[in-house]
Ligand binder design. Structure first.
Ligand SMILES: [Zn+2]
Length: 426
C-alpha cells in the first residue's frame, strides 16, 4: 500500500478515536487537600495558571488525564493534591459481607492478583468495594460492577474485625497497652495476614478492649479499634506516665516525601530480586504515617506504582512551598561488597537538612553511615526548597538487600528521618 493511503487511513482512525473519546462523563467530586491549588489550562505543570482553589474547596471532575482532573472547559488540577469525596457507583456492602476501604488515592484495581494485571480502574481514599476473597497479599473485590484485585497493603477491611473466639476482656491489671517499639503496625484482625490500618508510636498508651492469644485489641485515638502484636508492648493497669512520642513536634510543618521511581521506571533491583520502586514506596508510607503522627502535613509525590517525571516531583515541593522535600532511594554498585546509606544535598540551603537527617538515620539503623555528600540530582538541583535524596542501603549487596527489605528496617529508617526532622525544625 502506498504511503499516502496509510496516512489517510491513520487520519480516519485518529478521527474516530477522538470522537469516541470526546464525551466527558462525571467522575465524581474532588476536595482540595492543600492551602492553595493552581488551576491550569491543561493537564500538566507546564500549562498556564488560570486560577486557584483553596483548601477544602470541592469541584466536580468532568474528565481525567494521567494524574490530572478536568474541572471546567479550560481548567485542570493536580489529582494528587486532592481527595475524592464522592464517586458514583460505590458498591454497598453485602449484609453479612466484608467491605474493602481504600486507604490511598488512585489505587489501581487490576485484572489479576499481580502488578502485571491490567488496570481496570482506580479507587480513591475512602472508596469502598465488596470484598470477595484474599490471595497472596491481594484482595479480590467487586468494584463498580466488575471483579478486580487490589493490593491488600492499601486496603482496610471494615465489618470484619470480629474478635477471635479466644479473645477475652482484659483483667484490670491489663487495661492499658504501651507501645515498646518504634512504629508498631495496627491491623484489622488478629493476624499478620490482615490489612494494616495504621501505626502507633513508641511510648503511646491505649485502652485495651480485649486480649486474644498473641494479640491485643486497642482503642485508637480516633475512636476506632485495631489489633497489635502483644510482644511489642507492655500491658499494665495504668497508661504510661510519659507523653506520647512524636506528638505535635512537627505541627505546622509541610513535608513532601518522594518515593523514588515507579511505574515503568523500576529503579535498581537486588541480587535476590528486590525492586527499588516498591521498597521506596513502602518506606515512604511508613515515614508518612510517623510524620503525620508527629503533626506534620505530609504530601507524597506518588502513592501507588505510577511513573511521575522528576520535574513534576519537584513542582509538588514548589507548589506547596514545602519546608522539606525528602526523596527516598535504594542504592546499587557493580561492587557487591559496597554497603551503607548516604544522604545527598546539592545547594547550601539544603545542607543543614541533610546533616540532621543523616544523623537521625545513623542513630536508628545498623547500616554503615557513608555521610552527607553533594549530589547533582535533578530533584535537588532544580529544587528551591530544602531538599535531600537519601540512599537507604545497597540492594546490590546481597546481605544489605536482605537487611533493608523488611518492615523492621523501614520503621527504623523512618524513625531516624522523623527524629532528624524534629531536631532540624526545633
Ligand atoms: Zn533510585
Amino acid at each position: 500500500m502506498k504511503k499516502k493511503w496509510i496516512a489517510i487511513y491513520s487520519l480516519i482512525f485518529l478521527l474516530i478515536a477522538a470522537i469516541l473519546a470526546a464525551p466527558a462523563s462525571a467522575h465524581g467530586t474532588a476536595q482540595v487537600d492543600v492551602p492553595s491549588l493552581n488551576v491550569r489550562s491543561g493537564p500538566g505543570l507546564s500549562y498556564s495558571i488560570t486560577g486557584s482553589l483553596g483548601q477544602g474547596d470541592q469541584v466536580t471532575i468532568t474528565d481525567e488525564q494521567g494524574d490530572w482532573y478536568r474541572i471546567s472547559e479550560n481548567g485542570w488540577i493536580a489529582a494528587w493534591l486532592t481527595t475524592s469525596v464522592s464517586s458514583g457507583g460505590q458498591e454497598p456492602a453485602a449484609a453479612s459481607g466484608k467491605t474493602a476501604v481504600s486507604t490511598v488515592n488512585r489505587l489501581n484495581v487490576r485484572s489479576q492478583a499481580s502488578l502485571s494485571g491490567a488496570v481496570l480502574g482506580k479507587m480513591n481514599k475512602g472508596d469502598t468495594a465488596r470484598l470477595l476473597s484474599e490471595t497472596n497479599g491481594w484482595y479480590e473485590i467487586e468494584f463498580r460492577g466488575t471483579r478486580g484485585f487490589v493490593s491488600a497493603q492499601y486496603i482496610s477491611v471494615s465489618g470484619s474485625a470480629q474478635q477471635p473466639a479466644a479473645a477475652a476482656a482484659p483483667a484490670a491489671s491489663d487495661s492499658y497497652f504501651t507501645v515498646a517499639v518504634n512504629g508498631l503496625n495496627v491491623r484489622a484482625q488478629a493476624t499478620t495476614a490482615s490489612a494494616k490500618i495504621g501505626m502507633v508510636a513508641k511510648g503511646q498508651s491505649f485502652s485495651v478492649l480485649s486480649v486474644g492469644g498473641d494479640w491485643v485489641n486497642i482503642r485508637l485515638a480516633d475512636g476506632t479499634s485495631g489489633w497489635v502484636y502483644k510482644a511489642y508492648g507492655t500491658l499494665s493497669g495504668q497508661p504510661a506516665a510519659s507523653a506520647p512520642v512524636g506528638t505535635g513536634n512537627l505541627s505546622g510543618i509541610s513535608i513532601v516525601i518522594d518515593p523514588g521511581h515507579g511505574g515503568i521506571d523500576g529503579g535498581t533491583s537486588g541480587y535476590y530480586g528486590t525492586v527499588e520502586k516498591g521498597l521506596t514506596l513502602q518506606t515512604a508510607e511508613i515515614l508518612a504515617a510517623q510524620l503525620r503522627a508527629a503533626g506534620a502535613s505530609v504530601t507524597m509525590t506518588r502513592t501507588s506504582d505510577v511513573y511521575i517525571n522528576l520535574r513534576n516531583r519537584v513542582s509538588v515541593a514548589h507548589q506547596l512551598g514545602a519546608d522539606a522535600f525528602i526523596s527516598l532511594h535504594y542504592d546499587a554498585s557493580y561492587d557487591r561488597s559496597v554497603n551503607g546509606f548516604t544522604t545527598y544535598y546539592q545547594h547550601s540551603y539544603q545542607q543543614s537538612l541533610a546533616s540532621h537527617l543523616n544523623g537521625g538515620i545513623d542513630a536508628s539503623t545498623i547500616l554503615l553511615n557513608r555521610g552527607t555528600r553533594q549530589g547533582n540530582y535533578f530533584v535537588l538541583r532544580e529544587n528551591m526548597q530544602p531538599a535531600v535524596l537519601i540512599e537507604l542501603g545497597f540492594l546490590s549487596n546481597p546481605n544489605e538487600e536482605q537487611a533493608v527489605s523488611n518492615d523492621y528496617y523501614r520503621r527504623q529508617a523512618a524513625q531516624g528521618i522523623t527524629n532528624g526532622l524534629i531536631n532540624y525544625f526545633n
